[in-house]
Design a protein around this ligand. Structure first.
Ligand SMILES: Nc1ncnc2c1ncn2[C@@H]1O[C@H](COP(=O)(O)OP(=O)(O)OP(=O)(O)O)[C@@H](O)[C@H]1O
Ligand code: SF4
Ligand SMILES: [Mg+2]
Length: 331
């Protein structure tokens, strides 16, 4: 069953008096117990999607969608309080850059204890409830793989390494026992072993706690070992999505193929404006978007028709937007 359903999400940002479509007809779903990967080069709009789902966008930005629903309920039109309750209880988000997301003036213990939902706390008197909260906090830190919990819990974020902060962010996100975890590039900048640990933790949580995960990242082959399905984004547009195995074996979109071709497992993250090995050029800025298919200037298969934006087509669950898909006879 689909729990998060996004259809034709568009986000318009004003730049020098002109409205620019930073996201253009983005579609994406997450099912119960599914791990979906959301991938794309840096600047393709992954974090904007995460922020659009969580409602964390400046009020002057214009968000429209045919559907942006959580369990069938429209996130865009519901009351703010209802949306916040869903974000507190059902959907947990780990935003990019854990250091920036943590309160620098507060010890981990205080940040974690504040986040323990009251309904999970046992005891009648304040000292019993404090003890219960501390027990829950320590359990969750141990579950995400933080060693020396007793020491770490008394530290401020700046006293800890990036990977401990990231694990702590995961603990904070999981403490409300959400149905869906959205993790925006949670392994960026980490060493291979730590990356592997974090990916293994997500797989474990998915299997043992039925946690659905929308996993945003660059490490395509590493992600592909973990995720059941994948959505590929290019320059604010979803270009292909489907089951992971199908996309790996037989990508239909030239961009997906280029991403796969240029992604040795656990390769270093792509730097901003860096080139995909398999394609000439770099992703355009929002101020210089090409007409029609946004991949056009870089695409080895581009032809005249590509100045018209391709519409979404699908073969069962495999969806793509391309006039000249790979492996398919175009009639
Ligand atoms: N506050 C903002 N104001 C204007 N443009 C923005 C803003 N935030 C992001 N953008 C632009 O939106 C586009 C998508 O940015 P986004 O951060 O979503 O990319 P991303 O796919 O998450 O990249 P990365 O992999 O580096 O995290 C980029 O062109 C970026 O410059
Ligand atoms: S529509 Fe054209 S330019 Fe776009 S990916 Fe397909 S072939 Fe390339
Ligand atoms: Mg991002």
């Amino acid at each position: 069953m689909i729990i998060l359903d996004i259809k034709n999400l568009t986000l318009e940002i004003e730049s020098n008096g002109v409205l620019i479509k930073a996201l253009d007809k983005v579609s994406l779903t997450v099912k119960e117990n599914e791990i979906r990967a959301l991938v794309g080069e840096t600047g393709s709009g992954k974090s904007l999607i995460v922020r659009a789902i969580s409602g964390a966008l400046p009020p002057q930005w214009i968000v429209t969608a045919d559907r942006l629903t959580w369990r069938g309920e429209n996130l865009l039109t519901m009351k703010q309080a209802q949306r916040q309750a869903i974000m507190r209880r059902d959907i947990a988000v780990i935003f990019q850059d854990p250091m920036a997301a943590l309160d620098p003036s507060s010890r981990l213990q205080e940040q974690l204890l504040e986040s323990v939902p009251e309904e999970f706390v046992e005891g009648r008197y304040w000292w019993e409830r404090n003890r219960s909260k501390m027990k829950i906090a320590k359990q969750i830190l141990a579950r995400v793989g933080i060693e020396n919990v007793a020491q770490c819990i008394n530290k401020y974020p700046h006293e800890l390494s990036l990977d401990i902060c990231q694990k702590f962010m995961i603990a904070l996100a999981l403490i409300s026992q959400p149905t869906l975890l959205i993790a925006d590039d949670p392994t960026r900048g980490m060493e291979t072993n730590i990356k592997k640990q974090i990916l293994a933790l997500f797989t474990h949580l998915n299997k043992t706690r039925d946690l659905s995960i929308l996993f945003v990242g660059h490490d395509l082959l590493a992600i592909s070992a973990m995720a059941h399905s994948m959505t590929v984004l290019y320059c604010g547009q979803t270009v292909e999505s489907g089951k992971m195995k199908a996309l790996r074996k037989r990508p239909l979109h030239p961009y997906t193929k280029a991403l796969l071709d240029s992604a040795p497992s656990f390769s270093p993250d792509l730097q901003p404006k860096s080139r995909l090995v398999a394609l000439d050029g770099t992703i355009p800025t929002l101020q210089h978007l090409p007409i029609g298919c946004r991949l056009g200037p870089r695409c080895p298969r581009a032809a005249k028709e590509c100045v018209q934006a391709p519409t979404e087509r699908s073969i069962n669950e495999h969806k793509y937007r391309c006039h000249y898909p790979l492996h398919l006879q175009v009639v």
